[in-house]
Design a protein around this ligand. Structure first.
Ligand SMILES: CC(C)(COP(=O)(O)OP(=O)(O)OC[C@H]1O[C@@H](n2cnc3c(N)ncnc32)[C@H](O)[C@@H]1OP(=O)(O)O)[C@@H](O)C(=O)NCCC(=O)NCCS
Length: 398
């Protein structure tokens, strides 16, 4: 293959397998997502987030006793360390929740009594603490910035319901707790996406789990990755305020694409058809819209989806379809969750996948992986040949 072809093919590592993994699998052509062998639809319908997190971390579904011990360990790890709590009180109130989370993760590491223990068992304990504390930190930050008291965890509530309680101060009803738990299952892992790769790349150097997760949170905050759910919600609110009828959506979509603007929540680096998670979230969005009187949101979203698919197909891009973020924003908004907490919620779930990947990376649990990730780049900068450019002292430069 010509050098230029290799370069184009590998740009952004698209289509390049950089390691083996046993954790999750995507068939992008057929819209299939599998965690440790189980289809996402099966887990969303029959499992829980705690069970799914255990599955991702340990490679098999837990027995009743294993699940109970895991849930208890997570529940017991929810107390935010004093150092982190006092820092949360000091961040500027208008700081982005993702920035606050990214700053807090290494702080949690500094007070982890096992930080220097590099065993697999200690890494599982780090993972359990992070699964417990990422939601606790987000909820506490949201309460503090809103001038409200940080709420203690309620050990009688399941993980997803407890997060909603600590965030909003309201105990969710069973249906809402279940819907939110399903959202966490759907977001738990997604192979070598940008944030997971960031986590793995960092710990491949020998860095600890907290350093890897901090990198993952940073990668997730971007608008092309986790930040897309917030962008969909902002797009929906804008459409609702500017367009008085879903019938005008077709021209709005066309205009946006004509101007070279992105429709948030559409397109995916791997899926070439509808993201299977979007199909499940669409159903939840539909039901919640009816229950909460937000039918207009659902009507606008489905029109944007239909018109977007039509418009992309007309431009020879029929592979640009709705992704996980397209319906998740509306689902969270109908649960009363503020827009800028939507990407942090992605982290509340994805911490399970990140920590599973970090453990796989550290302990070489899949067959093929590099000692250290070290891709190359094509140098296209200034070049004066192998002898190099002649240095001119600053006094002689024009
Ligand atoms: C996710 C995403 C980065 C995937 O990108 P990708 O597969 O590398 O595809 P590209 O960004 O190279 O896009 C290919 C073409 O489709 C267009 N395109 C892709 N997604 C689009 C979208 N959501 N809206 C409008 N145009 C889009 C691009 O502008 C590009 O057009 P061009 O060939 O004329 O330059 C991209 O689809 C996107 O930005 N989507 C919106 C953000 C989003 O929802 N992210 C969450 C992903 S889970």
């Amino acid at each position: 293959m010509a050098k230029e072809d290799v370069r184009v093919k590998n740009i952004g590592l698209r289509g390049v397998a950089v390691a083996d993994t046993k954790i999750s699998y995507i068939d992008g052509e057929n819209g299939i997502l599998i965690y440790r062998g189980y289809r996402i639809e099966e887990l969303a319908e029959r499992s829980t987030f705690m069970e799914t997190a255990y599955l991702l971390l340990n490679g098999a579904l837990p027995s009743a006793g294993q699940l109970e011990r895991f849930e208890r360990a997570v529940a017991q790890a929810r107390e935010i360390p004093a150092l982190v709590l006092s820092s949360l009180e000091r961040f500027p109130k208008n700081a982005s929740p993702m920035d606050v989370l990214q700053a807090c993760v290494p702080m949690l590491g500094t007070v982890d009594p096992d930080l220097r223990d590099t065993s697999r068992e200690a890494n599982i304990r780090h993972a359990i603490r992070l699964i417990a504390l990422v939601p606790a930190v987000i909820a506490a930050w949201h309460r503090l910035r809103s001038g409200e008291k940080v709420l203690p965890p309620d050990a009688s509530l399941p993980h997803a319901a407890n997060f909603l309680w600590q965030l909003t101060g309201k105990r969710p009803d069973l249906q809402m707790a279940h819907d939110f738990d399903v959202c966490l299952v759907l977001h738990a892992d997604h192979t070598f996406n940008a944030s997971t790769f960031a986590c793995r790349e960092v710990v491949s150097t020998g860095a600890h789990m907290y350093a890897g997760v901090a990198a993952g949170v940073g990668a997730l905050s971007g608008g092309l990755h986790g930040g897309a759910n917030e962008r969909v919600m902002r797009m929906l609110l804008q459409v609702e305020s500017e367009i008085d009828s879903p019938d005008k959506i077709a021209s709005w979509v066309k205009n946006k694409i004509d101007k070279g603007e992105k429709i948030a929540g559409m397109g995916h680096a791997v899926y070439k058809t509808v993201d299977p998670r979007a199909t499940i979230l669409k159903e939840i969005s539909k039901r919640l819209a009816k229950e909460t009187g937000h039918e207009a949101w659902y009507a606008y979203l489905t029109r944007i989806e239909d018109e977007g698919h039509k418009e992309f197909a007309a431009r020879g891009k029929s592979n640009i379809r709705t992704n996980v973020d397209f319906y998740s924003g509306s689902v969270y908004a109908m649960m009363g969750i503020p827009v800028d907490i939507m990407t942090p919620i992605f982290a509340v779930s994805r911490i399970s996948g990140w920590s599973a990947h970090i453990i796989e990376e550290k302990f070489a649990e899949a067959q093929e992986k590099p000692a250290l990730y070290r891709p190359e780049a094509e140098y296209v900068g200034h070049y004066c040949g192998v002898i190099g450019c002649t240095y001119e002292p600053v006094s002689q430069r024009g």
